[in-house]
Design a protein around this ligand. Structure first.
Ligand SMILES: Nc1ncnc2c1ncn2[C@@H]1O[C@H](COP(=O)(O)OP(=O)(O)O)[C@@H](O)[C@H]1O
Ligand SMILES: [Mg+2]
Length: 379
């Protein structure tokens, strides 16, 4: 049996672990806390800080996995670069993981490849942020170069707001690089994730585009297929293909785009792994993004990907000031709609706005209605 070292054990890792186990793999799930979602369905677990070079090296040497599969950005990627040099398979590739760990590196890469992006600059001090923001325009987005799920991310319209944004970014940043990206605010019409599959042979295939809506920089609901024009699809596919071929390796990528009022496709960011907005594929596609990632990383033939039925996902969140033990209520009520399904992630404790589960339904309206009936309550 192939040994998979899963670096990150959240809800995406859990579904990936299930897909991998179904096709005969052994999964060693890693994360910084015990009983993380993927650890509940894996063969073995390792609890340690994946930003710690020595610990990460020790875990790789202990298990000698056939594949190292990152699920989060917060990993000491220099270890993965060395591991790949020493013959380990890093999914999709050490280069992809390294370039996407920090927003600045992948953004520079996109620009280098000629993709259209929002105007952007970097800042390492409050003064620099104000200076760069003034060059970009009135409204900007400020994000730590290393963070995810909207952490430390805000918008600013004035010098005072930029000062608040700087502080907020410092609090939300992961790792030790005190650096933010400041971006032109795009008043987009809608945004999409294009799940893009890269096989070892270099063949690139796409899933149907996924539309999504974000709040506090975090996804709230998504739907597939998104209603895009043929032009938008073609332009997004061309851009995504350029990116994944440049990053190389094999696996599924979540490539995010903004579509502006003129129908222009603007590259936003990329995850070299399944994407949170792609959870909808568990409901809509014959093979979910997790099944696809599992197959492709193993070098198995890619099945034909079809939409079984259109659908939507809606997150089930903890409340703003939540912490500690919890119960989830209202699931039976939500299932009064016979076409609704759900996943509960089994996270061991609450945090502010933590994603605890997801509702899956044939339409956005049904997903929203069902999600409204579900409550995550602190015990
Ligand atoms: N420059 C921007 N203009 C307008 N909205 C933005 C911009 N950057 C980010 N956003 C909004 O914030 C969301 C999260 O930002 P993103 O860069 O994808 O961060 P994360 O890595 O946390 O997902 C985006 O999906 C989008 O809705
Ligand atoms: Mg994103």
């Amino acid at each position: 049996m192939k040994q998979i070292l899963l670096l990150g054990s959240g809800e995406l890792g859990k579904e990936l672990a299930i897909s991998l186990k179904r096709i005969g793999c052994n999964v060693i799930a890693c994360d910084a806390y015990e009983n993380a979602p993927a650890m509940q369905v894996s063969d073995k677990n390792e609890v340690f800080n994946m930003l710690d070079k020595e610990k990460l090296n020790a875990v790789i040497n202990k298990h000698k996995p056939d594949f190292i599969v990152p699920e989060v950005e917060a990993i000491e990627t220099s270890v993965l670069i060395d591991a790949e040099k020493n013959g380990y398979n890093v999914i999709p590739s050490a280069k992809a993981v390294n370039l996407t760990m920090n927003r600045d590196r992948i953004r520079d890469r996109a620009k280098h490849l000629g993709l259209k992006t929002a105007n952007f600059a970097y800042a390492e001090t409050e003064e620099e942020l104000i200076l760069e923001a003034n060059k970009i325009g009135t409204k900007v987005a400020v994000k730590p170069v290393m963070s995810s799920s909207g952490k430390g991310q805000s918008y600013a319209n004035s010098e005072d707001e930029l000062k608040v944004s700087w502080k907020f970014a410092l609090e939300g940043m992961r790792g030790n690089r005190k650096r933010v990206i400041v971006e032109e605010f795009i008043d987009f019409e809608y945004e999409i994730t294009l799940l893009t599959i890269l096989e070892k042979s270099g063949k690139v295939t796409f899933c149907n585009p996924i539309g999504h809506f974000q709040k506090r920089g975090d996804y709230q609901y998504s739907w597939q297929p998104a209603d895009c024009s043929q032009d938008v699809i073609r332009n997004a596919q061309n851009a995504a293909k350029k990116m994944v071929l440049d990053l190389g390796g094999s696996g599924i990528f979540g490539v995010e785009f903004f579509i502006d009022k003129k129908g222009e496709v603007i590259f936003s960011e990329l995850s070299p792994r399944p994407h949170d907005t792609g959870m909808v594929t568990m409901f809509t596609q014959n093979f979910s993004q997790f099944d696809i990632h599992a197959r492709v990383l193993l070098g198995m033939p890619l099945p034909e990907i079809k939409i079984k039925q259109p659908g939507a996902s809606h997150v089930i969140l903890a409340e703003e000031n939540a912490s500690g033990d919890y119960i989830i209520e209202g699931l039976e009520e939500a299932l009064e709609d016979k076409n609704v399904d759900y996943r509960i992630f089994g996270k061991p404790f609450l945090k502010s706005y933590r994603r605890m589960g997801v509702v899956l339904a044939p339409s956005l309206e049904q997903a929203k209605k069902a999600a409204k009936k579900i409550f995550v309550k602190a015990k």
